[in-house]
Design a protein around this ligand. Structure first.
Ligand SMILES: *Cc1c(COP(=O)(O)O)cnc(C)c1O
Length: 422
């Protein structure tokens, strides 16, 4: 039996309707921006393997550090014990985060990093004796993960549909813009006595369709939250580690959130790991002789040493001058493509933030066309050796920073060709 046939017998894939799913592509090797299948066909990983891979596949520096750690200490319980990679990673991460972040809590993915952030905020008010602040404020089209708390604070969509009546109640607001900012601010201050926290994806709503919004309006929302005693959580799971042109998207703000959620690019895309960081104010609300004020949360693989050394190695690469130059270069290439394509009649909208560019395909009002279009586009690019996963009619490029100008040009040209042919 081929690998694909064996897969079909035993595997249930994520975000996949298994009844009529296309055969998965068996990947045997990765190198830099490329993935190679069983037949030796090469693919450009233009979505960084679901947004996690920032430095390219099988990076030798990360591989070397991980390999050494495997024969030193693979894992140890993190309650009552500690280890150098976890401490060193916290020491290196905290000063990089905007504002004054003081403590790192480890988990193992983006969703659990969000769960911990929510628990920190909700229990903060509980521990402080304020029993009225129990509501979360979030954006209507937000995506914060697939566990129940993370789903609750995400927009209601086809993803959450079967569970909607089990999700806790959230106050949803529109993305801020010039027109609605004043009313959003008054909405927040009016509700503030009930609001525990505001959770947001800074500058870009990722899975919600790569919707981008201006830093200055987010800054105003943050200021309103700070002035009204509402805690703030920046979900930088997707935007962290250089994606938006700065190391963290919140560097582009004047006001600073209380909490950050990180994952995806954290280990360079090598190992699963999640981080929830917080400032001293949050941490201190849990210090008590009363055991009930403890944060009772933890996962078996909390602060896994292999994941921590992968993150340390990824940070070495991220902080090298060469990587920042690559990020600027990708941004610049995207900008040129943006100008080249923006007036095309099939381009309804094109937008860019840092190394992410998103193009909305003009579909008119035909929704049946829309659902078929996504698969058609996906296969069009796959056939041509490019991995892009359109979100409906939105094509986006979110590449590892090491992608060459030649490969970017090839992707741009293939998109232009698709605009003519489909
Ligand atoms: C992907 C994502 C998550 C969830 O992370 P997982 O590791 O997939 O659980 C949370 N927030 C944002 C903004 C994301 O893009």
């Amino acid at each position: 039996m081929s690998l694909v046939e064996r897969d079909k017998k035993v595997i249930w894939h994520p975000y996949t309707q298994m009844k009529n799913a296309q055969m998965p592509i068996p990947i045997v090797r990765g190198e830099g921006v490329y993935l190679f299948d069983e037949d030796g066909k090469k693919y450009i990983d233009a979505v960084s393997s679901w947004w996690v891979n920032i430095h390219g596949h099988a990076h030798p520096h990360i591989a070397e550090k991980v390999s050494a750690q495997l024969t030193t200490l693979e894992h140890v319980i993190f309650a009552g014990f500690t280890h150098e990679p976890a401490v060193l990673l916290a020491e290196r991460l905290l000063p990089l985060l905007p504002g004054k972040q003081e403590k790192i809590f480890y988990t193992d993915n983006g969703s659990t990093a969000v769960e911990v952030a929510l628990k920190m905020c909700l229990q903060y008010w509980n521990n402080s004796g304020n029993l009225h602040k129990k509501k979360v404020l979030a954006f209507k089209d937000a995506y914060h993960g697939d566990t129940f708390g993370a789903m609750s604070v995400s927009g209601r969509s086809i993803f959450t549909n079967p569970f909607n009546d089990l999700l806790f109640d959230v106050e949803f607001i529109d993305l801020p813009n010039e027109k609605n900012i004043v009313s959003l601010k008054s909405q927040i201050s009016n509700l503030s006595s009930q609001l525990a926290c505001f959770i947001f994806e800074p500058l870009i709503l990722g899975a919600g369709g790569m919707q981008m919004y201006a830093a200055k309006y987010l800054d105003q929302l943050l200021k309103t939250c700070i002035d009204n005693n509402v805690l703030t959580i920046a979900d930088e799971v997707m935007t962290g580690f250089g994606r938006t042109g700065t190391y963290f998207a919140c560097e582009q703000l004047i006001n600073h959130p209380d909490i950050f959620c990180l994952s995806k690019g954290l280990t360079g895309g090598t190992m699963p790991l999640g981080v929830t960081s917080c400032n001293q104010k949050i941490f201190e609300a849990f210090l008590s002789d009363d055991k009930l004020k403890t944060l009772y949360h933890g996962h078996s693989f909390t602060a896994n040493p292999i994941s921590c050394v992968a993150s340390l190695a990824s940070l070495d690469i991220l902080l090298a001058a060469e990587t920042l130059a690559n990020i600027k270069r990708v941004e610049e290439q995207h900008k040129q493509f943006f100008n080249q394509i923006k007036n095309h009649p099939k381009v309804r909208n094109i937008r860019q933030t840092g190394t992410i560019i998103a193009l909305e395909w003009e579909t008119g009002n035909d929704t049946s066309y829309l659902s078929g279009l996504r698969d058609q586009l996906y296969n069009y690019f796959l056939t041509r050796g490019i991995i892009l996963r359109p979100l409906g009619n939105i094509i986006y490029i979110l590449p590892p920073y090491i992608i060459s100008n030649d490969d970017l040009t090839y992707i741009y040209q293939t998109i232009q060709q698709a605009l003519e042919e489909i």
